[in-house]
Design a protein around this ligand. Structure first.
Ligand SMILES: [Zn+2]
Length: 175
Protein backbone atom coordinates (compact mmCIF):
# COMPACT_ATOMS: atom_id res chain seq x y z
CA UNK A 1 0.00 0.00 0.00
CA UNK A 2 1.37 3.37 -0.93
CA UNK A 3 1.91 5.83 1.92
CA UNK A 4 -0.26 8.90 1.65
CA UNK A 5 1.71 11.89 0.46
CA UNK A 6 2.36 14.45 3.19
CA UNK A 7 0.90 17.91 2.87
CA UNK A 8 4.34 19.51 3.07
CA UNK A 9 6.69 17.00 1.55
CA UNK A 10 9.98 17.57 -0.19
CA UNK A 11 11.41 15.13 -2.67
CA UNK A 12 15.08 14.46 -2.05
CA UNK A 13 15.77 11.40 -4.20
CA UNK A 14 18.01 12.18 -7.11
CA UNK A 15 18.77 15.71 -5.94
CA UNK A 16 22.32 16.92 -5.77
CA UNK A 17 23.74 18.79 -2.81
CA UNK A 18 22.95 22.45 -2.52
CA UNK A 19 20.13 24.79 -1.55
CA UNK A 20 16.60 24.28 -2.77
CA UNK A 21 13.65 26.48 -2.11
CA UNK A 22 10.07 25.23 -2.00
CA UNK A 23 6.89 27.21 -1.47
CA UNK A 24 3.47 25.84 -0.60
CA UNK A 25 0.09 27.45 -0.17
CA UNK A 26 -2.33 25.60 2.05
CA UNK A 27 -5.23 26.00 4.47
CA UNK A 28 -5.41 25.21 8.16
CA UNK A 29 -8.07 22.59 7.39
CA UNK A 30 -5.58 20.74 5.14
CA UNK A 31 -3.66 19.70 8.26
CA UNK A 32 -6.72 17.81 9.57
CA UNK A 33 -5.72 18.67 13.09
CA UNK A 34 -8.13 19.90 15.78
CA UNK A 35 -5.56 22.38 17.17
CA UNK A 36 -5.44 24.22 13.87
CA UNK A 37 -9.19 23.97 13.37
CA UNK A 38 -9.94 27.44 14.70
CA UNK A 39 -11.78 30.42 13.19
CA UNK A 40 -8.65 32.63 13.44
CA UNK A 41 -6.80 30.65 10.81
CA UNK A 42 -9.28 31.02 7.98
CA UNK A 43 -7.00 32.61 5.40
CA UNK A 44 -4.47 30.87 3.22
CA UNK A 45 -1.13 29.92 4.74
CA UNK A 46 2.14 30.44 2.94
CA UNK A 47 4.90 27.99 3.73
CA UNK A 48 8.45 28.45 2.53
CA UNK A 49 11.02 25.73 3.03
CA UNK A 50 14.68 26.29 2.27
CA UNK A 51 16.45 22.96 2.29
CA UNK A 52 20.23 22.85 2.37
CA UNK A 53 21.50 19.42 1.40
CA UNK A 54 24.99 18.27 2.13
CA UNK A 55 26.54 14.81 2.12
CA UNK A 56 25.81 14.26 5.82
CA UNK A 57 22.63 16.19 6.51
CA UNK A 58 19.68 18.19 5.26
CA UNK A 59 18.90 21.42 7.07
CA UNK A 60 15.31 22.49 6.42
CA UNK A 61 14.39 26.05 7.36
CA UNK A 62 10.63 26.46 7.62
CA UNK A 63 8.84 29.79 7.46
CA UNK A 64 5.10 30.19 7.77
CA UNK A 65 3.00 33.30 7.18
CA UNK A 66 -0.72 33.92 7.33
CA UNK A 67 -3.19 36.67 8.07
CA UNK A 68 -5.11 35.60 11.15
CA UNK A 69 -8.52 36.98 12.15
CA UNK A 70 -8.62 37.43 15.91
CA UNK A 71 -10.88 39.46 18.14
CA UNK A 72 -9.59 41.77 20.85
CA UNK A 73 -9.45 40.01 24.24
CA UNK A 74 -11.01 43.08 25.90
CA UNK A 75 -13.57 44.66 23.53
CA UNK A 76 -13.95 41.80 21.03
CA UNK A 77 -13.30 44.11 18.06
CA UNK A 78 -11.86 42.24 15.07
CA UNK A 79 -8.06 42.30 14.92
CA UNK A 80 -6.18 41.11 11.87
CA UNK A 81 -2.65 39.97 12.60
CA UNK A 82 0.05 38.72 10.31
CA UNK A 83 1.48 35.65 11.97
CA UNK A 84 4.94 34.47 11.03
CA UNK A 85 6.74 31.45 12.36
CA UNK A 86 10.17 29.93 11.90
CA UNK A 87 11.50 26.49 12.64
CA UNK A 88 14.54 24.48 11.63
CA UNK A 89 14.64 20.72 11.25
CA UNK A 90 17.94 18.95 10.77
CA UNK A 91 17.83 15.54 9.12
CA UNK A 92 21.01 13.53 9.50
CA UNK A 93 22.21 10.01 8.86
CA UNK A 94 22.01 8.72 12.40
CA UNK A 95 24.96 10.77 13.64
CA UNK A 96 24.85 12.21 17.14
CA UNK A 97 22.91 15.44 16.96
CA UNK A 98 24.92 18.55 17.49
CA UNK A 99 23.95 21.14 20.09
CA UNK A 100 20.44 22.29 19.13
CA UNK A 101 18.97 25.75 19.45
CA UNK A 102 15.51 26.12 21.01
CA UNK A 103 13.73 26.40 17.66
CA UNK A 104 15.51 23.48 16.07
CA UNK A 105 14.70 19.83 15.87
CA UNK A 106 16.73 16.81 14.88
CA UNK A 107 15.42 13.86 12.93
CA UNK A 108 17.16 10.72 11.76
CA UNK A 109 17.16 10.51 7.98
CA UNK A 110 15.88 7.18 6.76
CA UNK A 111 18.42 5.58 4.47
CA UNK A 112 17.30 5.87 0.88
CA UNK A 113 14.19 7.85 1.79
CA UNK A 114 12.81 9.46 -1.39
CA UNK A 115 11.38 12.46 0.44
CA UNK A 116 11.13 14.22 3.78
CA UNK A 117 7.75 15.05 5.27
CA UNK A 118 7.57 18.38 7.09
CA UNK A 119 3.82 18.48 7.66
CA UNK A 120 4.04 18.00 11.43
CA UNK A 121 6.83 20.57 11.73
CA UNK A 122 4.86 23.15 9.77
CA UNK A 123 1.86 22.47 12.00
CA UNK A 124 4.03 23.07 15.11
CA UNK A 125 5.46 26.24 13.59
CA UNK A 126 1.95 27.56 12.95
CA UNK A 127 0.81 26.73 16.47
CA UNK A 128 3.85 28.45 17.97
CA UNK A 129 3.27 31.58 15.89
CA UNK A 130 -0.10 32.20 17.53
CA UNK A 131 0.00 34.95 20.19
CA UNK A 132 -1.15 34.24 23.76
CA UNK A 133 -2.98 37.56 24.04
CA UNK A 134 -4.55 39.78 21.40
CA UNK A 135 -5.41 43.43 22.02
CA UNK A 136 -6.74 45.82 19.39
CA UNK A 137 -4.86 49.02 18.62
CA UNK A 138 -7.97 51.09 17.73
CA UNK A 139 -9.17 51.38 21.29
CA UNK A 140 -6.38 52.72 23.54
CA UNK A 141 -8.35 51.67 26.63
CA UNK A 142 -7.92 48.01 25.71
CA UNK A 143 -4.14 48.22 25.91
CA UNK A 144 -4.42 49.99 29.28
CA UNK A 145 -6.91 47.46 30.62
CA UNK A 146 -4.65 44.65 29.49
CA UNK A 147 -1.71 46.20 31.37
CA UNK A 148 -3.91 46.67 34.44
CA UNK A 149 -4.96 43.05 34.25
CA UNK A 150 -1.31 41.99 34.14
CA UNK A 151 -0.47 44.29 37.07
CA UNK A 152 -3.53 42.97 38.91
CA UNK A 153 -2.20 39.43 38.80
CA UNK A 154 1.07 40.62 40.30
CA UNK A 155 -0.78 42.45 43.03
CA UNK A 156 -2.92 39.44 43.86
CA UNK A 157 0.25 37.44 44.06
CA UNK A 158 2.00 39.76 46.51
CA UNK A 159 -1.24 40.15 48.45
CA UNK A 160 -1.38 36.42 48.89
CA UNK A 161 2.22 36.45 50.05
CA UNK A 162 1.63 39.13 52.66
CA UNK A 163 -1.52 37.32 53.69
CA UNK A 164 0.49 34.14 54.10
CA UNK A 165 3.04 36.12 56.08
CA UNK A 166 0.38 37.37 58.48
CA UNK A 167 -0.90 33.85 58.80
CA UNK A 168 2.57 32.66 59.72
CA UNK A 169 2.87 35.41 62.32
CA UNK A 170 -0.52 34.50 63.70
CA UNK A 171 0.45 30.85 63.95
CA UNK A 172 3.67 31.75 65.75
CA UNK A 173 1.77 33.82 68.24
CA UNK A 174 -0.30 30.84 69.27
CA UNK A 175 2.63 28.50 69.71
ZN1 LIG B 1 -10.12 46.23 22.02
Amino acid sequence: MRKEKGLIEIRIAGLSDGVQEHTFTCWAADFRNPELDCPELRNDILVRVVANMTESEIVADIETATLAEFSCDICLAPVQLRLTGRYRVIFANGDEPRELESEEDYRALEHGAPSIDLTEDVRETLLLSRPMKVVCSDNPECGMLMNDAAAGTDEAHSEKNSWQESLEKLKNRFH
